[in-house]
Design a protein around this ligand. Structure first.
Ligand code: CMC
Length: 444
């Protein structure tokens, strides 16, 4: 950034067509040129703008990071206005139709689609890392019978760092790779163990003969039968759901992984931070909140009253709205198509589906929602699929976490290669008192 002198008549000389921004500080009358790259200015360039030598310099203020790019990333592209989502440039619609979850996990992490041999090797590696240390079972048993599976997942992903202390060697390429494989392979096992624990049922060990989703269904639902045979329609639907959740650029949980990972902690701990971020009802926890909301509405007739409550500010329409999408979330459109297939496969009619469809229609016809560009997001219909699969609501967010794991890892891997990586450490505007004398207890 360069400082510019102001012309005598007070006007500022500008260089039209250059990739820069001229800022005039009206407090001092000084002007500055700030470089513009990729539609952004560097926040640190503003630091030079001072009222005098003692001034700290200008900062930006951006609660919730609504207009701050925190990194450069080549993983996921979103155009929120148009409702476009691409991974490594490939539209989500094509991935859901033609790819598999493990292939998408490879794509996210290695940057390109695998060859046949590469994919076979990748699937082999993931399949052969699904077992967890036996002590994890003991650890799981320590949770209360009604422990939320997401809380259990959060704790057990963090605990993996104690089983694989070598993962702390984050500069070692092999350690980074094997940790990625282990996380993608073991998160479904931990998730299924958490689910079985909540039902008081024995844990089911992974079955390497089955597909990634088939094995997960087996670990969830296998009873006394010697071999669990997953319904291929459910296997496919679950695979698509996992693809839809695989990554979503700098969302709350991915940002948490990057922020925590920037301290150079091991990747299990960084991913545990992502699980924690996802747990919240404004992020991955919204899928549970949607189901509870639909149950509370109870009947199509109650929709107008419910929406009035939302418009009066008493509550939020869960599964609607998104920080980035100001159009229909493309993931919601794809999920919607799969709801009917799953209901057909399970043979379970869903009274809540009718309420969801009507609720969507009413909201999309209402000026309150259209003027704020609030459309269904990925969580609006996903819970209905999980419910049809007999997965209890408390475990919905765990399903999201399995899908998101390759994205968290890809974000972490990319961060590790970033030459501009610095420990995340935001600034603040201090609003409290200064230099206050300590008051002894007997004088308060
Ligand atoms: N219901 C009612 N009003 C809403 C909703 C909603 N779901 N979402 C946003 N608004 C209103 C909000 O009240 C505000 O209105 P006003 O301008 O009058 O104050 C306006 O729309 C902008 O909302 P915001 O809170 O500033 O938007 P945000 O970008 O900070 O929040 C969000 C994004 C996803 C947290 C929010 O839309 C929300 O709470 N949605 C419901 C929870 C949900 O479904 N979350 C899942 C998100 S997708 C999956 C994922 O990434 O995890």
């Amino acid at each position: 950034m360069t400082e510019k002198s102001q012309s005598v008549d007070g006007g500022v000389e500008t260089e039209q067509g250059s990739d820069s921004l001229t800022i005039t500080d009206n407090r001092t009358g000084k002007s500055y040129d700030v470089e513009v790259n990729d539609g952004t200015v560097r926040a640190l360039d503003l630091r030079q703008i001072k009222t005098d030598d003692d001034d700290f310099g200008l900062m930006t203020y951006d609660p919730g990071f609504t207009n701050t790019a925190s990194c450069r990333s080549a993983i996921t592209y979103i155009d929120g206005e148009k409702g476009i989502l691409e991974h490594r440039g490939i539209p989500i619609e094509q991935l859901c139709e033609k790819s598999t979850f493990l292939e998408v996990a490879y794509l996210l992490n290695f940057g390109a689609l695998p060859t046949e041999d590469q994919l076979a090797d990748w699937v082999y590696q993931v399949t052969h890392h699904t077992y967890v240390h036996e002590n994890i079972k003991d650890f799981m048993n320590g949770f209360r019978h009604d422990a939320n599976p997401m809380g259990m997942l959060l704790a057990s992903v963090g605990a993996l760092s104690t089983f694989y202390p070598e993962a702390a060697d984050i500069d070692d390429e092999w350690q980074r790779h094997v940790t990625a494989v282990r996380l993608i392979a073991k998160v479904p096992t931990l998730a299924a163990f958490a689910y079985r624990h909540s039902l008081g049922m024995p844990y089911v060990y992974p079955d390497n003969d089955l597909s990634y989703t088939g094995n997960f269904l087996s670990m969830l639902f296998k009873m006394a039968e010697p071999k669990y045979e997953p319904d291929p329609r459910l296997e496919k639907a679950l695979d698509v759901l996992f693809i839809l959740h695989a990554d979503h650029e700098q969302n709350c949980s991915a940002a948490a992984v990057r922020v925590v990972g920037s301290s150079r902690v091991d990747p299990y701990s960084a991913v545990a931070a992502g699980v924690a971020g996802l747990y919240g009802p404004l992020h991955g926890g919204a899928n549970v909140a949607v189901l509870r909301m639909l149950q509370r509405i109870g009947s199509v007739d109650n929709i107008p009253d419910f929406l009035q409550g939302v418009k009066d500010g008493n509550e939020r329409l869960m599964g609607f709205g998104h920080r980035v999408y100001k159009n229909y979330d493309p993931r919601a459109r794809i999920i919607r198509k799969h709801v009917d297939e799953v209901l057909e496969a399970t043979g379970k009619p869903s009274p809540l589906l009718q309420i969801a469809i009507e609720l969507e229609k009413h909201a999309l016809d209402d000026e309150y929602f259209t003027s704020r560009k609030l459309y269904p997001n990925v969580d609006f219909y996903s819970g209905l699929i999980y419910e049809a699969m007999n997965i209890p609501a408390d475990a919905f967010t765990v399903m999201f976490a399995i899908g998101r794991t390759p994205g968290w890892i890809a974000q972490w891997m990319e961060m590790m290669q970033d030459e501009e990586l610095k420990i995340a450490r935001p600034r603040q505007i201090y609003t409290g008192p200064r230099t206050v004398d300590y008051v002894p207890m007997n004088e308060r």
